[in-house]
Design a protein around this ligand. Structure first.
Ligand SMILES: [Mg+2]
Length: 502
């Protein structure tokens, strides 16, 4: 400063100064030398301004650019920086780095039911517990929503990553007390290791995310290390997603039909149309693998309408071939029902295919009653008025309001297979089936048991008054031709002794 003042007569810059109170603060200072007419130095004039507020604001901006405002944890950007440093350090010291991807289980339910302030407070409490469960040198980051990442450095062996994950699960298991609510939550964790699973932030994060989904699939509240097999599955998922876009135009879907049978007589009383997808690359993709994806990307509306049209067309064709007129049941996705004017689309399909509406049963799940109840009721009533019947599929697994069941004017309940499976050994399942059957009878609903596979089960069902079944004991789902053959050969009566061919 002095050298500059002597040389040029002026200096300016930032300095730290002390107030009279003793507080230290930053100020911007400019000093000019003042000389008299003889060019002799007489004074220095200094002008300063207090820049502490400006500096604080600047620091805050820098902090916010690299941290999550809610929890104060490093954000994705700072995490990426820290991880790259950790990887370089690991290379020098021949150690490993673990990346733990954490996702809260059912956080959305807490947010939706108790509101965002409670959700936010929970995230803050979780942050505090996470900080207590890792070392100072490890990085905890919040990526957004309910996703956190923990980076563990200087890892000698991967067992340590497992024990940190275990500790996190334990420490978050104790209930949280927030705004008068006692909240129980759990966490699912996916773990990747450097250098085994990847060499950079994006790869390690992506694979940890995949492993986290496997932890969720395994029943949540647990951790999983990434394996290559998981990667193969995730890639396959992506492939299914891509191929699904064109499956309809490429005509890759086909319907199979499973007979529904009256227990006492063995008479085929109806058939359920079940979708199958045959793709040249993927082979046969089971519905539980692609229907959820089709629901995610909206393709379900077009696919569902195709199923309806194809089932009606097939039923009409059978009628013309002299095979009896059988009610055909079609599964309807809740999304399909909520999209546009569903009732109008169904009635158009019926008119175009010439199928008898009284021979069409639509299977809905209990979830149709969760949203937009009045609109759903209106749509269903229009279909009922045209003679179409309505069944509730997988009954007992979801949320059912009995008053809505009545208002929906449901014709049939299909008891979910999960209750039928252990009906002869599990007293709870037996009691559930008994209760559903009795309720159906009092409401004058028909009742059908899904997944009948043994004679013990059918004996129990018959004794309880549930006399309609569908299951492998009688017939697996068949191609249209195989079903026509079965129907002709048996004249429409199958017992479990004349089991249908494969
Ligand atoms: Mg069904």
């Amino acid at each position: 400063m002095w050298r500059r003042l002597e040389a040029s007569g002026h200096w300016q810059g930032e300095i730290w100064d002390r107030r009279k109170s003793g507080e230290i603060y930053p100020k911007w200072l400019g000093i000019s030398a003042v000389r008299d007419t003889l060019d002799q130095l007489t004074h220095y004039v200094a002008i300063f301004s207090d820049i502490s507020e400006r500096k604080e604001a600047q620091e805050r901006i820098e902090f916010l650019a690299r941290h999550d405002p809610l929890t104060g944890l490093p954000n994705r950007m700072l995490l990426a920086d820290r991880l790259e440093q950790a990887l370089a350090h690991a290379d020098r010291t021949q150690s490993k780095v673990a990346l733990l991807f954490l996702d809260l289980d059912r956080f959305k339910t807490i947010n939706d039911s108790l509101g965002h302030p409670v959700g936010d407070a929970l995230l803050q409490e979780i942050t505090a517990r996470l900080k207590a469960s890792v070392r100072e040198t490890d990085t905890i980051s919040r990526l957004g929503g309910d996703e956190f990442v923990v980076v563990i450095t200087d890892l000698e062996d991967e067992e340590i990553a497992a024990s940190v994950a275990q500790k996190i699960l334990e420490i978050t298991r104790a209930p949280f007390s927030i705004g008068g609510h006692t909240l129980n939550t759990s966490i699912s964790i996916g773990i990747t290791l450097y250098p085994t699973d990847g060499g950079d932030f994006d790869t390690l994060l992506k694979k940890a995310d995949i492993a986290m989904y496997h932890a969720k699939d395994a029943g949540r509240n647990t951790y999983r290390f990434f394996t290559e097999q998981m990667n193969v599955n995730a890639l396959e998922r992506l492939l299914i997603q891509n191929r699904l876009q064109q499956a309809l135009e490429k005509n890759e879907f086909v319907l199979h039909y499973q007979p529904q049978v009256a227990l006492g007589t063995g008479r085929i009383i109806g058939i359920e149309a079940l979708i199958r997808w045959r793709n040249p690359e993927l082979g046969l993709v089971p519905p539980d693998r692609f229907i959820p994806m089709a629901e995610e990307n909206g393709a379900i509306v077009a696919i569902g309408d195709w199923v309806l049209r194809e089932a009606c067309r097939q039923a009409r064709a059978w009628r013309e071939d002299g095979i009896g007129t059988l009610p055909v049941a079609v599964n309807i996705s809740t999304l399909q029902l909520q999209h546009g004017d569903f009732a109008e689309r169904v009635l158009t399909i019926i008119a175009e295919t010439g199928h008898d509406p009284r021979m069409l049963e639509l299977e809905f799940t209990e979830s149709i009653l969760i949203q937009d109840v009045e609109r759903v009721l209106g749509q269903v009533h229009r279909l009922k008025a045209a003679g179409i019947t309505v069944a509730i599929d997988d009954f007992g697994t979801g949320y059912s309001s009995l008053s809505y069941l009545k208002r929906l004017d449901v014709d049939r309940l299909k008891i979910d297979r999960s209750f039928i499976r252990d009906i002869s050994t599990d007293p709870d399942d037996a009691a559930i089936v008994r209760a559903i059957t009795q309720m159906a009878r009092s409401l004058r609903l028909k009742i059908l048991a899904e997944g009948a596979e043994t004679t013990e089960q059918t004996r129990f069902l018959l004794a309880e008054g549930c006399d309609e079944v569908q299951g492998f004991l009688y017939s697996r789902p068949l191609t249209a031709d195989a079903f026509a053959n079965l129907y002709r050969q048996t004249s429409g009566f199958i017992t479990n002794l004349t089991r249908a061919p494969r």
